[in-house]
Design a protein around this ligand. Structure first.
Ligand code: ME8
Length: 647
């Protein structure tokens, strides 16, 4: 094990111009979940996060608050650590770019590039965006405003002597590396964006600013300060001890996966960063993952827009309205972030969405599975796990298959799919209890069957607890405690999670109590009381019968179904409505596999004005029941011909 490479995971190091919001938190949560899973896999992990503390943007933020930059960055870095603690982030290293160890690395790296000729001195004349800390070519700028559509702040014209990195020299090598290593950049849409960016031509990059105070001085020329991005990217190398601690470096480098959002994926992490490493012949990170943005009512959540939601506040609010422990609510936020993570596209972050997931997935599914089975065990076996008879092979095999799917999802960085697989298992086990009706077995005195059913259910809860542990560490620990298992959850090994029989007969369950109290509509906060709310319609007004008659509702038979490219939640369906076949785009991809829909008869509104959704014209809308946020399609209870009128 000691000669196995340490699994190295990084988050971006966040600017300390303000405290973190759910956007920053989500990347850190994703990284944490990955780190916890790899530890569960038995790997040694270094999971690093930290703060980006140099540069004019931070200096300006400190000045605005009347503080000297070092005091200011000390304060904010401490707040980051505090918030990561509250969100149960298990980082192994917290790197700050004002630390001595990092300054040495940046200076050494630059010296080597100056010596090799990859860095040279020249004159820079161009536009600079302070908010994005980014240089732009004159050709990219049309109106003296930052060309990044998320930013659009006024640019500053900069003309000075700078050090330049020969980025242009690496154009072909970069392109080749990306093409030859399809796993390097994820997801696919962003990989294509990077290729287009590189094909557009790379210019040498200015990597220093002259006479600018707050930053790392160039060793050979202390009048110059290293450009904040060149400095920041090197944090990933500093964490590994390069170049002083060869043993740690050899054990750790390169990063196995670096997480970030799309804002810093193309220009910096997929272009400048690998080129810098190529220049010193250092191995490149194995994978870069650039997720989409969380938005609030369509706008990116960001520190500078002031629409940022403090994650700890959100957890407290959820605790207030649900009555659950704050730590459980932190886990609910972690679950929501991972389940709804924007990958190829963006997602709206809303309190309503969070409550929906809390009620549907956590209270109704996971909580219910745990509760009902523990209560039945208490009622029928005085809380002691009975001896199992031969295992139910369907459930045992399903558990093993689900664990494989979870692992595959982690390998391909498809986190929502890992949770979807686990929740399929949980749903199956809730149905299992309904089908087996232990209360009937108890009434009829079939004690052996009853023991077998409850053992199977509780063993499944054990397996589910191991599976959810990387996502919801506190909840998993509570489940583990209630199950009464003596071995520590932290000592569990993923590869043995699904080995049937882990729960020992004779184990006595303890402190049985619901973890997730259901949130009722009465407790749901109104829009003005929540930081980020996507409000559903309030009171529904009456409509006249004439108005109702305007709706043309019909049955339709689904002929084909496929995912809409670039949208995690949408399916494109062809629906036969008797007189014709309609194309319908429906937001049900999280709840229905395309194949499972073929030949199903559904109900749809056929006279809804067509609308373009993700470039596809949708010619109708399916009717579905909204059960705690999950869409459940309405289907007739017997065969009806397509096109039948619904009234
Ligand atoms: O860019 N949705 O720091 P930063 C999802 N210091 N993720 C979001 C988000 C949103 N609305 N807003 C921010 C920097 N993030 C540099 C990084 S690394 C060498 C230097 C997350 O504080 C996401 O991970 O602006 C994004 O890439 C990062 O915060 C930007 O953080």
């Amino acid at each position: 094990m000691s000669d196995e490479k340490t699994f190295y995971i990084t988050t971006p190091i966040y600017y300390v111009n303000d405290v973190p919001h759910v956007g920053n938190a989500s990347t850190t949560i994703v990284s944490d979940v990955m780190a916890r899973f790899m530890r569960l896999k038995g790997r040694k992990v270094i999971f690093a996060t930290g703060t980006d503390e140099n540069g004019p943007k931070v200096l300006e933020a400190a000045r605005e608050r009347g503080k000297d930059p070092q005091t200011f960055t000390d304060e904010i870095a401490a707040q980051f650590k505090d918030i990561w603690g509250k969100l149960n982030i298990s980082y192994d290293d917290f790197i700050r770019t004002t630390e001595e160890r990092h300054i040495r690395v940046v200076q050494e790296f630059l010296s080597r590039l100056i010596a090799s000729g990859d860095v040279y001195k020249g004159t820079y004349a161009g536009w600079y965006c302070l908010s994005d800390e980014t240089f732009f070519a004159a050709s990219e700028v049309t109106d003296n405003l930052c060309p990044n559509p998320e930013c659009r702040k006024p640019l500053k014209w900069v003309e000075e002597e700078n050090y330049f990195f020969r980025l242009s020299r690496y154009t072909d090598r970069l392109k080749r590396h990306i093409e030859e290593n399809p796993e390097f950049l994820t997801p696919e849409v962003r990989r294509n964006e990077v290729l287009r960016f590189i094909e557009g031509g790379l210019r040498d990059a200015s990597i220093s600013r002259s006479g600018y105070g707050w930053g790392i001085p160039v060793r050979e020329d202390p009048q110059q300060v290293v450009y904040v991005w060149f400095d920041a990217l090197l944090n990933y190398l500093t964490v590994t001890g390069w170049p002083e601690d060869a043993e740690k470096y050899n054990q750790t480098w390169p990063p196995d996966v670096e997480f970030m959002a799309k804002d810093i994926f193309v220009r910096f992490h997929s272009t400048l960063w690998p080129a810098m490493l190529m220049a010193l012949d250092l191995p490149l990170p194995k994978r870069l993952f650039g997720h989409g943005f969380w938005t609030i009512e369509g706008e990116k959540i960001s520190k500078s827009k002031g629409n940022a939601v403090p994650p700890a506040t959100l957890a407290r609010q959820l605790a207030d309205i649900s009555g659950a422990e704050v730590d459980v609510c932190v886990d609910a936020i972690r679950y929501f972030v991972m389940r709804e993570l924007p990958v190829s596209s963006d997602s709206d972050f809303s309190m309503q969405g969070l409550i929906r997931r809390f009620n549907a997935d956590l209270a109704n599914d996971l909580g219910n599975l745990l509760n009902r089975n523990l209560q039945m065990l208490t009622r029928y076996f005085e809380g002691v796990v009975p001896q199992q008879s031969p295992p139910d092979s369907e459930i045992r095999d399903l558990a093993a298959q689900i664990c494989c799917e979870v692992e595959e999802a982690f390998e391909s960085l498809q986190f929502p799919q890992a949770l979807a697989a686990l929740w399929r298992f949980i749903a199956r086990m809730n149905k299992y209890a309904d089908e087996k009706a232990p209360w009937v077995l108890a009434r009829e005195g079939k004690i052996e069957d009853l023991a077998n059913v409850l053992y199977t259910a509780l063993e499944s809860v054990r397996i589910a607890a191991v599976g959810v542990a990387p996502f919801m560490p506190t909840v998993a620990k509570i489940i583990w405690h209630q199950l009464g298992i003596e071995e520590a959850l932290s000592g569990q090994v993923w590869d043995r999670a699904a080995v049937w029989g882990g729960l020992k007969a004779g184990t006595r369950v303890r402190d049985v109590a619901p973890i997730f109290p259901r949130i009722t509509a009465k407790e749901t906060p109104r829009k003005e009381e929540t930081p980020a709310v996507n409000e559903p319609a309030g009171e529904t007004p009456y409509i006249s019968f004439d108005e109702f008659k305007k709706l043309d509702l019909r049955t339709g038979q689904i002929k084909s179904a496929e995912k809409v490219a670039g949208a995690d939640k949408l399916l494109k369906l062809s629906v036969d409505i008797g007189s014709e076949v309609r194309t319908v785009v429906a937001g049900i991809a999280q709840y229905y596999a395309p194949d499972a829909l073929i030949d199903k008869t559904v109900v749809l509104i056929v006279n809804l004005a067509p609308a373009k959704i993700r470039g596809v014209e949708s010619q109708g809308m399916l009717l579905a029941a909204d059960v705690g946020g999950e869409a459940i399609l309405l289907m007739p209870d017997r065969d009806v011909p397509p096109g039948s009128k619904v009234r």
